[in-house]
Design a protein around this ligand. Sequence first.
Ligand code: 5GP
Length: 204
Amino acid sequence: MPNDQTQGHLIILSGPSGVGKGTICKELLKRDPRLALSISATTRPQGPGEIHGKDYYFCTPEEFQALEDQDGFLEWAEVHGNRYGTLKLKVKEILDSGKDCILEIDVQGGLQVLSKMPQCCITIFVAPPSEEELLRRIRNRDRDKPESIALRMKTAQWEMAQEDQYQYTVINDDLETAICKILQILEEARRDAPDPAAVCSDLL
Ligand code: 5GP
């Protein structure tokens, strides 16, 4: 890639499962045309209404392993028994197009990217107003069995303990307030560092 090509920012949006980061992310993409989402690969089964290539690239464990062997992932992690990974190629495509790339990934993955490319990430941790409220939201999704809810809460406690490694924390108490806060963070980050990903392009 030529050195003078403008690149976008790499935005890591993490937080415990059930905190609402998927909903926040969809709204950010609708409201800010400079953003694009990096679609991840996963070994988790495709859910009802989910579209291959739009929600995830659904793949077999063998296909996922082959991508890993080819050094195709910027990061990957096992989340609740399934593997999820950020595809280097997708991130590069988005950044090269000049857009800002959002990674909506778990904390294990967020910390991996941060340690590889500390100068070029904007890291945002989405936190619940309280543990009780997170539990209520996970239960309300009605998607998880009781043992799976317990596992998600245990993971969430570990994830919340990593919060201070992120540059920004946004509490998702009121959805609209959280979205506006993140849009404002992005605006400020663009002003302060107009071209941070350019220095990290060799890692992709
Ligand atoms: P879900 O199966 O509910 O869509 O996602 C489960 C968790 O995996 C969520 O916390 C989501 O943010 C995370 N996740 C999705 N894609 C990736 C990825 O590429 N890498 C990592 N590390 N986590 C991911």
